[in-house]
Design a protein around this ligand. Structure first.
Ligand SMILES: Nc1ncnc2c1ncn2[C@@H]1O[C@H](COP(=O)(O)OP(=O)(O)O)[C@@H](O)[C@H]1O
Ligand SMILES: [Mg+2]
Length: 402
């Protein structure tokens, strides 16, 4: 689960990670009022107006602007940014609508650094990564000059050792700014580790972490991802959730108790079980790669889905505009093939079938399931195997190309 920058910074503040002063704003009026308040509190006319969306790269996309002319200029910037469709390298070409702003104190930046903590699955540890090349292009740094990224791994029993934090501090050249700067950084790294564990994060990223002109260390941006597996012990996450930022269909699926992942392709897939879902993605890619055919989603109805859930699942696929053909690939183990067949037929009758549907059914009650489909009068093509199904899907989408 992702949260906004300002929410992340509120968490930072609770753990003693230094942040600039700032206030969220949902309207232009609020933005102006918050800018006035900040200017009075900081006795500086510089405020930064920041779009709040669940994606980075806002600065480059025009979603982070500095106002040096007081609250009136902040208001003008807020008018421009609020409601804009912000496109960044992380939003995809259609961008994301800006519905919230963060009005923040502008700081004097001496250096922009990068610091993050994440779960390194290979090492089974929390890794800290740091780089002198902070700011807006860390992906490029990682790709072109990976040696500029330092990393240390925290021991799960001992925690992050002081010497490891010092390795990062000296690796970032912080001693040049004086002892106090190093000390502040060490404290920050410690706080970040506590925060990471206590809040059940999968990623905490500060880009940029800045050294101010006066030698202070401050988190100028925040990105926090929570580990969804821990949501049962975080009722507080409900308040942080912003449904406007989530994929609408994924949200609908979650509410119906289905596993759904939205992808970029053109084939809707109704599958049961994560393993079969993966295999289905692979085989569609394998058969369709050269023909521009690939999965548009991954919808796993699991083992125990009832009639209603299957109908819901198939309706969701039918409603997706990017779906040009549907592959129903079911192995009935606990799930019964007739339940699937009934769900498919019910949803198709309700919404109409505008795209070809290829069905491969095997397992429990398979004959019953096949009969339901053939007797439905719907134009559904049967596949004899997974590969046959994949080839039929490719033919249906790419027009006969095999
Ligand atoms: N409070 C601030 N004071 C001064 N400059 C800022 C402030 N917040 C952001 N910036 C500048 O804007 C850049 C982009 O902001 P950031 O919050 O990192 O957004 P994003 O990563 O989405 O582009 C920063 O690298 C920094 O140079
Ligand atoms: Mg940033």
């Amino acid at each position: 689960m992702k949260i906004h920058e300002y929410q992340g910074k509120q968490i930072f503040a609770r753990y003693g990670v230094p942040i600039p002063k700032g206030y969220p704003a949902f309207t232009v009026d609020e933005a102006e009022a918050m800018a006035k308040k900040l200017i009075a509190e900081t006795s500086s006319p510089v405020v930064v107006v920041k779009a709040q969306i669940h994606a980075g790269g806002r600065g480059k996309g025009g979603g982070v602007k500095v106002a040096k002319g007081g609250a009136t200029e902040a208001r003008d910037l807020a008018t421009r940014i609020l409601g804009m469709q912000l496109v960044t390298h992380q939003t995809g070409p259609s961008g994301q609508k800006v519905r919230r702003l963060y009005i923040e104190q502008g700081l004097d930046i001496e250096r922009e650094l990068y610091l993050s903590a994440l779960v390194d699955r290979d090492q089974r540890r929390v890794a800290f990564m740091a780089s002198t090349e902070g700011g807006m292009d860390i992906e490029k740094v990682a790709a072109d000059t990976p040696e500029k990224i330092l990393s240390v791994h925290a021991d799960p029993v001992v925690g992050l050792s002081p010497y490891q934090a010092r390795q990062l501090a000296y690796g970032l050249g912080l001693e040049k700014h004086g002892k106090e700067t190093v000390a502040q950084f060490l404290k920050l790294v410690g706080s970040l580790y506590t925060l990471f564990l206590k809040e059940d994060c999968s990623l905490v990223e500060i880009n940029p972490l800045i050294v101010t002109k006066s030698g202070g260390v401050v988190a100028l941006d925040s990105k926090i991802n929570f580990d969804d597996n821990a949501d049962f012990r975080h009722p507080d996450w409900n308040e942080l959730r912003d449904e406007d930022e989530e994929d609408r269909v994924e949200l609908e699926a979650k509410k119906a108790g289905l596993n759904y992942v939205s992808l970029d392709g053109n084939v809707g897939c109704l599958v049961n079980g994560a393993g079969l879902a993966m295999a289905t993605m692979d085989i569609i890619k394998h058969a369709g790669e050269k023909h521009g055919v690939s999965p548009a989603n991954f919808l796993d109805v699991g083992g125990g889905a009832n009639q209603e859930q299957v109908t819901k699942a198939f309706s969701m696929i039918l409603k997706s505009p990017k779906v040009k053909a549907i592959f129903v690939n079911i192995f009935g183990g606990i799930m019964k093939c007739d339940v699937i067949a009934n769900g498919v037929v019910m949803a198709a009758k309700e919404l109409g079938l505008k795209v070809p549907v290829i069905v491969r059914l095997e397992g429990t009650n398979v004959e019953l399931g096949r009969n339901i489909l053939t007797q439905s009068g719907l134009r559904i093509e049967a596949a004899t195997s997974m590969f046959d199904g994949a080839q039929k899907i490719v033919a249906a989408v790419a027009g006969g190309a095999r």
